[in-house]
Every structure is written in C-alpha cells, then in structure tokens.
Write a protein that binds this ligand. Structure first.
Ligand code: PMP
Length: 360
C-alpha cells in the first residue's frame, strides 16, 4: 500500500482503517450480497446504517435529545440559504460575524431574505484574526447570530463563542466539527459539510434545536425546509446513502480511538508542533494572530513567491501533498484534520527544516 501525507483542505484525508473497512464491505455488505451503493434506502440494512450513524454522532458530540440530527445534501453552501429561509422569519433580521470568504458567502445569501447586520469583521487584515467578542453589540430583535467557528482558508478559529443570551447561535462548523469539544447547548443550530472531518463530500450534517424547526418563511421550498427532513428522519427523498455509510464508519473510528476528548488532545499536539516550528523558523512564518490560530488549517509563507512555489513542488516530490495555500492568502496551507497522523506533521516539519537549511 502506498499512501501519501495529504494536507488538502477538503475533500481531505480519511482514516486508512475506515477506507479498508469500506473496501472489505464494498461488494457484499454484511452478507446482503450487495454494496451500500446499490441498496434501497428503505431497506432494513440501510436503516441500521443511518440509525447507528446518528446514535454514534450523538454520543461523540453529546447531543441532547431536544436537538435533531439531519443528514442532508447540497453542502454547507445550501445551508447559507436554508438558515435564513428557516430562521430569519420572525423579525427578518440576523447578526453575522464576517471572518472570511465562507462567512461572506453566508452573509450575501442571507441578505436576499432580510436585514443582515455585520457585527464585526476581520477583513481589514485579510481575515488573519478573529474580532474581539467583548465589544459586540447584538441586534436586540435579531432572529439569530451566525459565525464560522473555523475559517478553512485563513486558518482562524474562534477561541471562544459569542454569548448572545436568548438569540440562537448558528455555526458553520464545516472545517472543525468533531475536532474539539463544544457544548451543543450553546448553539441553536450547527451545520457542516462532510468532506473534512466527517467523510466524503455529499452529505451535510445539521444539528438543530427542536424549537427552531417549523418557522420557515412561506416561500421556502419543501426540500429546503428543516421540518420536511426532521419529520421524515432525513428520508424525505433518497438521502446520500454512501456518504452517510462512510460518515458512520468515521464516527465508529472516532469512538474506538477515544472520542473527541482524545482527538482534541491529539489535534492540539499536532498543531503546536507546527506552530512552534513556525515561531522559531527564520524562513517560514504563520499568517494568523496567535490567539486566533486554527487547530485544523495552518497557513504559512516564506515571504517570497518563488520560494513558496519551489517548496510546494519539492514537498510534492516528497509525498507531502496539496500544501498550496488558497489564492487569497498565498503561500502554503497544511490542513491537519483528525485523520492526519502526528507522523504526517513530523514529516512536514522535518522537510521544512531541510528546505530551510538548503535554501537560506
Ligand atoms: N464553510 C466552510 C467553513 C468551508 O470550509 C466550506 C468549504 N468546504 C464551505 C462552507 C462550503 O462547503 P460546501 O462545498 O460543502 O458547500
């Protein structure tokens, strides 16, 4: 077996044990004589798959009973519209914090349905920090407040959550769900595309407090109404069966490996190895303010575009793949999701040291 260290921001690395399990079960799932891809979503086998995926996610994230878990399609980008369609219905106002391209897209989408107040933004410094939450002035009759907990492109993470009293907090957790502990009761709704810490692209997870269901704006299409999916347990139409199955395998892998507490510890170790190296290096520099640093996506630069390109090219040749940064930040970005072993981060640092010695 030949595997590389894949630092892609998403679709991203998956645990080898999960891929091997899927491979073993590919053509004959549990004696059914068919693959999960070929199976009716109404079959008892698939029903077991979706039920265990939900139960395992509930126990991993300690999701209380008064929250629904939905397995949807359309990616996190569809949530940019579903959130305002379903929740911006009372006062037609919502508060957003702008911490980068994804929150900007969420803002632009919400502006189609009501008044958006951008409470804070880090655009002035190319989104290299999370704005202070101390000075936030929430709109008193806001229907919700929206944040992006981890900003995949810029490598920032909210070090704490805004406390908006009774106003529901909505979080796009696409790039750091399952990577650290969160108290679910602090949120009204959490959504995440799968292709980073959950599984393959194609399923989007929504965790929603029950009282927020059933208030959609009149013109909301049925498929975009949380009530539709909640009432039919994510089976209103054909769900993304195979990605749900794969997500279920990832949840089992997480449970077998100590759950989120163990994962968070490992993620903190991996991230500090790389940040400590960046802080000491005379060639490479992190691009994010220290107290806003992500545990999942770590952008860095040399300050010289030609050197950055050479680094990316030579890293590729050394099996350290997909390290090119997003075009809006430039340089490099190492995405080190749950499935990235510590050895991958160590191999990257060893290569960076070697590159620095040769090129300085
Ligand atoms: N939000 C964040 C934080 C992201 O990183 C991404 C990209 N994966 C998206 C939203 C958009 O996700 P999708 O491609 O699933 O629509």
């Amino acid at each position: 077996m030949s595997r590389v260290y894949n630092f892609s921001a998403g679709p991203a690395i998956l645990p080898v044990a999960v891929l091997e399990k899927a491979q073993n079960e590919l053509t004959d799932y549990h004696g059914t004589g068919m693959s999960v891809m070929e199976m009716s979503h109404r079959s008892s086998s698939f029903n077991d798959i979706i039920e265990s995926a939900e139960n395992d996610l509930r126990s991993l994230m300690r999701i209380p009973d008064h929250y629904k878990v939905l397995f949807l399609q359309g990616g996190a980008s569809t949530q940019f519209a579903m959130v305002p369609l379903n929740l911006m219905s009372k006062h037609k106002k919502a508060d957003y914090i702008n911490t980068g391209s994804w929150s900007q897209k969420a803002i632009e989408e919400a502006q189609q349905y009501g008044t958006v107040n951008v409470l804070a933004s880090s655009e002035d410094k190319n989104f290299s920090y999370i704005p202070s939450l101390k000075t936030l002035e929430f709109t008193p009759d806001s229907d919700y407040i929206h944040i992006t907990t981890n900003n995949t492109i810029y490598g920032t993470l909210f070090p704490e959550l805004p406390e908006a009293g009774n106003i529901p907090l909505i979080a796009d957790m696409s790039s750091n769900i399952l990577s650290q502990e969160y108290d679910i009761t602090k949120f009204g709704l959490i959504y995440a595309g799968a292709q980073k810490n959950i599984g393959p692209a194609g399923v989007t997870i929504v965790i929603i407090r029950e009282d927020l269901i059933g208030h959609a704006t009149d013109f909301t299409p049925r498929m975009l109404n949380y009530q539709t999916h909640s009432e039919s347990n994510s089976m209103y139409n054909t769900p993304p069966c195979y990605p749900i199955y794969m997500a279920g395998l990832v949840f089992k892998w997480l449970l077998e490996n100590g759950g989120i507490i163990a994962m968070e510890k490992k993620n903190r170790e991996k991230a500090s190895l790389l940040y400590d190296f960046l802080d000491r290096s005379s060639m490479f520099k992190g691009t994010v303010e220290k107290d806003s640093r992500s545990l999942m996506n770590i952008p860095f630069v040399t300050g010289n575009d030609a050197l950055d390109s050479l680094f990316i090219k030579e890293a590729e040749a050394n099996n350290l793949k997909t390290l090119k940064g997003h075009r809006t930040v430039g340089g490099m970005r190492a995405s080190i999701y749950n499935a990235m072993p510590i050895e991958g981060v160590e191999a990257l640092i060893t290569f960076m040291k070697h590159f620095e010695e040769i090129n300085s």
